[in-house]
Design a protein around this ligand. Sequence first.
Ligand code: Z5A
Length: 215
Amino acid sequence: MTEALLKHPRLISLEGGEGAGKTSALIAIRDLLQSRGHEVVLTREPGGTPLAERIRELLLSPQEETLAPETELLLMFASRAQHVREVIRPALQRGAFVVSDRFTDSSYAYQADGRGLDRALVEELERKVVRLKPGLTLLLDLDVREGRARANGRDLWPDRIESEQDDFFERVREGFRKRASAEPERFRVIDASQSPVQVGAAVSAAVVRWLENAA
Ligand code: Z5A
């Protein structure tokens, strides 16, 4: 039996590499939606519930043993399963918008394209565990080195995933771009090399156009 993925019009995700500026984009979307009278839940992955945040800690802190790629993928989906059940579905059911800093597209980009895991496994987990996909995904696209330079300017120590080499992040970027080309009706690609104000304006304009088309 094939499980259908429900594309939910009030679920919006933000994707991109590190340092792309997702934090200020999230705030721009929240302000825009709230100014139109909507309830908005801002959340993130991995994480978003107390238990999922503990899984995030396991995923991002350096570990004494190497995390197998499969373990990394399953922990991402364990966090997501909890997040969808406890936060995302209840919020969507009461009519709120949910804006998530990363969602399942990150698992395709990082664990399938970056780590080389089988895409079919990610698809199966998405269909059987998540069963939900965003109506709108904003991809903040940025040169890998520029993004890493921005993040290095902020972080004292890179986390476990940030410690990967540039070629890993190049595969991740390419993976995101391919997904965006394959699903142009869901994705909007934003040039994240612009100033924070320009990125915020581009993100807000994309959300406004999308809301108008959905109305
Ligand atoms: N991950 C995964 O592998 N699989 C999955 O399924 C999921 C996630 C869900 C944690 O995510 C890691 O988990 C992530 C992917 C992986 N690993 N990596 N790498 P995260 O989203 O928490 O981590 P992140 O992507 O590394 O976050 P980030 O570096 O904080 O990116 P950001 O949120 O887009 O950046 P920011 O905080 O908005 O900005 C970063 C810095 O750049 C900050 O100092 C800003 O002031 C500066 N900045 C932002 N915008 C600009 C512009 N426009 N110009 C100049 N400077 C700017």
